[in-house]
Design a binder for this molecule. Structure first.
Ligand code: 1GP
Length: 240
């Protein structure tokens, strides 16, 4: 559990972690070298790879290409079992605990086991909580689950805590890829206050101010994807 231990160690040292999310479905393979160069000179500590709808094999090809240009840990953030590849370093083994679809609570996980057997992927059990933004997200559509309301903060807290009590090692609070507005500091802080496991926050974060706001509220790992797809200029502001 090297990657997870390093996350815990960094948090204990008061460091904040930053993950760039690359969606194989949207990313142009030919752009890998220049994009990863920008990641390497930024504050990024992790590269997450995954998406809601990804062609078979494209994750594996992309991860192999990314590996050529960086030593940062590559963590799979899969929308589906087909995205699991041994070429990455770790896998967020996601349970969509904001929803009640058994396929995403235990079904897909069973299907994943035969792919995981014999790999050296570090598997990190992760609770995944989708919280509503104004638009219906790909996660909602693909999983057939509804997002949790932003207004019911107690229910979000209790859901996250239940995930921790079930043994999950990370908790991911998600506003949805490309969300119009990131999660509020109030939601992040309220959940963080009750959790003893690292907190990941992502969805709709587009600026350095929004990244800092998430950290101030208690996020341990901030994830940004869409903002880099829209404008790689953001890397300039995020230099080490
Ligand atoms: C999506 O939380 C991630 O699953 C990142 O969201 O693409 O909006 O940055 P964005």
């Amino acid at each position: 559990m090297i990657i997870y231990k390093n996350i815990l160690k960094a948090i204990a040292n008061g460091e904040k972690l930053f993950a760039v999310l690359i969606d194989p479905d949207k990313f142009k393979l030919g752009n890998t070298k220049s994009f990863i160069k920008k990641i390497n000179t930024s504050i990024a500590t992790h590269i997450f790879v995954g998406g809601s709808t990804v062609d078979k094999h494209s994750t594996e090809i992309l991860v192999a290409e990314i590996k050529k240009y960086t030593n940062l840990p590559i963590v799979l953030f899969p929308g589906d079992v087909t995205q699991i590849t041994n070429r990455a370093d770790a896998l967020l083994f996601l349970s969509l605990i904001s929803g009640k679809n058994p396929e995403y609570l235990i079904g897909k996980h069973i299907n994943a086991v035969s792919k995981l057997r014999g790999t050296h992927l570090e598997v990190i059990p992760t609770g995944y909580i989708l919280i509503d933004s104004e638009v219906k997200t790909a996660v909602s559509r693909v999983t057939g689950t509804s997002a949790m309301s932003r207004n019911n903060i107690q229910l979000i807290i209790d859901t996250a805590k239940a995930g921790e009590l079930l043994g999950m090692k990370l908790m991911y609070l998600e506003a949805g890829s490309g969300a119009k507005m990131p999660l509020t500091q109030q939601i992040i802080a309220s959940v963080k206050n009750e959790l003893n496991i690292p907190l990941i926050v992502g969805g709709g974060i587009r600026s350095i101010v929004e990244i800092e706001n998430a950290y101030k509220a208690g996020a341990d790992i901030v994830v940004v994807g869409t903002a880099f797809e829209e404008d790689e200029g953001l890397f300039e502001e995020l230099r080490k």
